[in-house]
Design a protein around this ligand. Structure first.
Ligand SMILES: Nc1ncnc2c1ncn2[C@@H]1O[C@H](COP(=O)(O)OS(=O)(=O)O)[C@@H](OP(=O)(O)O)[C@H]1O
Ligand SMILES: [Mg+2]
Ligand SMILES: [Mg+2]
Ligand SMILES: [Mg+2]
Length: 362
């Protein structure tokens, strides 16, 4: 390849980073303005919904301008906002999305991306942008997948959440960008500065960038999953008991000889933490309700882990299939870790599963 050609997906990467950063500014402001001032025990679903919808409106608007041919598999849709009862919510969402899109250009951003003070959108344009996330996915072609707020419960608690965007080509993730406004820049300094962006491009590595100025020269850190021993190994797992079978994780940990307590955090921030070595294994085993994992909950995380030198599979060691539509189908959980531990975790799952089955036959 000629030396002066841009790296594959250079434009997509820049635009995805800009879109995720702007969405993070929006969600952080929704939290500060609307969630923080309300008691979290009240019915506070609406601020979250405001954040989810308006972040999806922002990211999809930017993608649509830059890549009008690309379909998007997004978590949210605007049906509830188009009816009369959705008017109050709709007005707030339009205001927030426009505020975010018209904010001054940052170094590295371009006005041709449809950003900056001259680029307000109408309500219809923004609702249509949200609905551009209605694509059903599939095996072939180029498509984006977006989770505008992953870890909604974490967002509400003021803990971890992530804005997650990935580009798939023929069912393979080629690019992943995740914004984590509440994640400490360094796990070694948990009360230090927060706010990170994680980026991975197929064949180009995994990186952490500062959320407040991701395009600044020399600010990116390359990520590589370190090696672990049973003494240093720890699990990254869900906070919500309904999302993953934590008792099973405990048994798998025992089989592996893990002594450290698990780190529980919401959202794909778990994949980010794994990629930079804050935890050794992300284990998410199904709770047995038939829930189907969504592609936007794993696509960006999957490429980040692979580009940081790790492996991601289901609980049987089979690759995740991003070509089945909006879900991962009947996959059996998710296991992500460094290369050296992955096979051991799969073997431990097999053993714990066999024990569970033997127990149920008693
Ligand atoms: N039953 C069940 N099983 C597995 N997963 C489920 C289930 N229900 C929901 N979800 C999805 O979990 C996403 C959040 O995952 P987390 O790992 O952040 O969970 S947790 O909050 O830490 O418990 C969450 O993503 P968001 O809706 O974007 O927050 C859901 O897509
Ligand atoms: Mg999610
Ligand atoms: Mg979400
Ligand atoms: Mg949700």
């Amino acid at each position: 390849m000629a030396a002066n050609l841009p790296a594959p997906y250079a434009a997509e990467t820049q635009i995805a980073i800009a879109a995720v950063r702007r969405a993070c500014v929006l969600t952080a402001s929704v939290f500060n303005k609307l969630v923080k001032q309300e008691t979290l025990t009240k019915d506070d679903k609406s601020p979250v919904t405001v954040g989810d919808f308006s972040a999806q409106a922002v990211v999809n608007t930017i993608l649509n301008r830059a890549f009008p041919e690309d379909p998007i598999v997004g978590e949210e849709d605007a049906a509830d906002l188009r009816v009369e009862s959705g008017k109050i919510l709709r007005d707030r969402i339009i205001e927030l999305a426009n505020e975010t899109l018209i904010a001054e250009l940052q170094p590295g951003e371009k006005e041709e991306w449809g950003l900056g003070p001259n680029h307000g959108r109408t309500a219809d344009q923004l609702l249509d942008a949200i609905d551009r996330g209605n694509y059903n996915g599939g095996r072939t072609g180029r498509m984006w997948t977006l989770d505008p707020i992953d870890g909604t419960k974490g967002f509400l608690r003021g803990e971890q959440y992530a804005v997650c965007l990935a580009l798939l080509v023929d069912a393979r993730v080629e690019l992943g960008v995740m914004g984590c406004p509440n994640l400490p820049v360094s796990a070694a300094d948990p009360s230090g500065p927060r706010g990170c962006i994680f980026v991975a491009v197929r064949g180009q590595g995994a990186f952490q960038l500062p959320l407040d100025n991701p395009f600044v020269e020399g600010a990116r850190t390359k990520l590589t999953i370190p090696t672990f021993t049973p003494e240093t190994l720890n699990f990254l797992e869900s906070v919500e008991k309904a999302h993953a079978k934590l008792s099973f994780n405990e048994r798998v940990g025992q089989v592996l000889g893990v002594t450290r307590a698990p780190t529980r955090m919401d959202s794909q921030a778990k994949y980010c933490s794994l990629a930079r070595g804050d935890g050794g294994v992300y284990l998410r085993m199904p709770v047995g309700t038939g829930y189907r994992e969504k592609i936007w909950d794993h696509a960006a995380g999957a490429i980040l882990v692979e580009e940081a030198g790790g492996i991601i599979s289901d609980g049987r060691g089979e690759p995740l299939d991003f070509g089945l539509g909006r879900t991962l189908g009947e996959n059996f959980g998710v296991v992500a870790s460094g290369k050296d531990v992955h096979a051991k975790v799969i073997a431990a799952i097999k053993q714990a599963k066999a024990e569970e089955e033997a127990q149920s036959q008693l």
